[in-house]
Design a protein around this ligand. Structure first.
Ligand code: 1CP
Length: 320
């Protein structure tokens, strides 16, 4: 979850010279930033340095990132006609920089590389809201008042996303994670109609690659059983629920990833270790368990806490 993020001084040093999008667009820089946490902490996997919003950017809605605000989309979608006016793009060309980054990384990595994208619902919500939003009011009003055009938008994003997933698979990634960061604003009926259905299409469309898909929703502790129905290789669980309880509802053929509260990284070392060990013990013996945070790491987390976390997890088997 946000391995490089903003908490690493080395990342901030690069960012002092380059905008966030410049780093994403420059394969050498993006590869270098991907490697930073792997080198610093001996992580068991690397996550590609990029952002879920490169698809809206390729669709020319005017994406920029502002410090302390986050993403801003200059031309958000306001009417169904705006969907019609989106340009027809070739993902292979528009996102060729991601392919180059992955190809640079593969020979430089000794651990697996995780590629990623945003879920269609989350991407649609950014394109409609024009940036981060707490309640996604415009998005929810749109899907309630005009579900037909909302589905058209979701399908359009799904098609481009599948092209993007295949671009990453062909370039050499080893696993793929889909982030539905805003699924938690949906009730369970709407989750099924406006999110899950399209996540299912991504899973189906990616099957030919035989690469594992990890599905994360903010809200996965509530939606886990529905997510299991569409057959991902793993479900990444947010930090609101007890993971061992979720395990009892999910088939053993689906791995579970998660779910330490990222705020625990602010705790003193002793408490941090206690919380991590508690989670690991609760999942002990489960061959389909992958430790992770329940959501992204905060930019002001001390490097030492991340170090303690990785060491505690990696030493767990031998010390118990
Ligand atoms: O190394 C890494 O950090 C991993 C690469 C990565 C990933 C997997 C980044 C880099 N972003 C993401 C995914 C991402 N981006 C998600 C899904 C995961 C999640 O829910 O956190 C989302 C929602 C985004 C959108 C995004 N990107 C936001 C908005 C979040 C919100 O609250 O609306 C922001 C602020 C970003 C910027 C961003 N992306 C990545 C980094 C390191 C940063 C910070 C950039 C900086 O200021 O330097």
């Amino acid at each position: 979850m946000r391995q490089a993020g903003r908490y690493m001084p080395e990342f901030r040093k690069i960012r002092a010279k380059h905008s966030f999008l410049e780093v994403c667009h420059d394969p050498e820089l993006a590869a270098e930033v991907t490697l930073l946490p792997v080198r610093a902490f001996n992580m068991d996997a690397a996550i590609l340095f990029s952002d879920i919003l490169v698809i809206p950017e390729a669709l020319q809605v005017g994406l920029r990132f502002e410090d302390k605000i986050g993403p801003i989309i200059e031309r958000p979608l306001q009417t169904p006609a705006d969907i019609q006016s989106l340009p027809v793009i070739d993902i292979k060309k528009s996102l060729a920089f991601v392919e180059k980054t992955i190809k640079l990384l593969i020979p430089r990595l000794k651990v697996p590389l995780i590629g990623f994208c945003g879920a269609p619902f989350t991407i649609a919500s950014y394109m409609i809201e024009g940036g981060s939003s707490r309640d996604l009011k415009k998005t929810k009003q749109w899907l309630l008042k005009d579900p037909e055009s909302f589905h058209r938008l979701l399908q359009l994003i799904t098609d481009y996303t599948l092209d993007y997933m295949h671009l990453q698979a062909n370039a050499g990634i080893h696993a793929f994670q889909v982030f539905d960061s805003w699924a938690n604003v949906l009730g369970h009926v709407q989750f099924r109609e406006f999110s899950l259905q399209y996540l299912h299409r991504l899973i189906q469309g990616f099957k030919s690659t035989k690469l594992p898909i990890i599905l994360f929703c903010r809200g996965s502790s509530v939606f886990a059983s529905q997510m299991a129905e569409i057959g991902p290789a793993a479900i990444s669980v947010d930090w609101n629920a007890d993971l061992a309880t979720i395990r009892t509802r999910i088939p053993a053929t689906i791995a579970l990833q998660g779910n330490l509260d990222p705020d625990i990284l602010y705790a003193p070392r002793k408490l941090l270790k206690k919380e991590i060990n508690h989670l690991l013990k609760s999942m002990q013996g489960d061959p389909g368990y992958i430790f992770n945070l329940g959501h992204g790491i905060h930019p002001d987390i001390p490097m030492d806490s991340v170090k303690t976390l990785v060491e505690t997890v990696q030493n767990f088997q031998t010390t118990q």
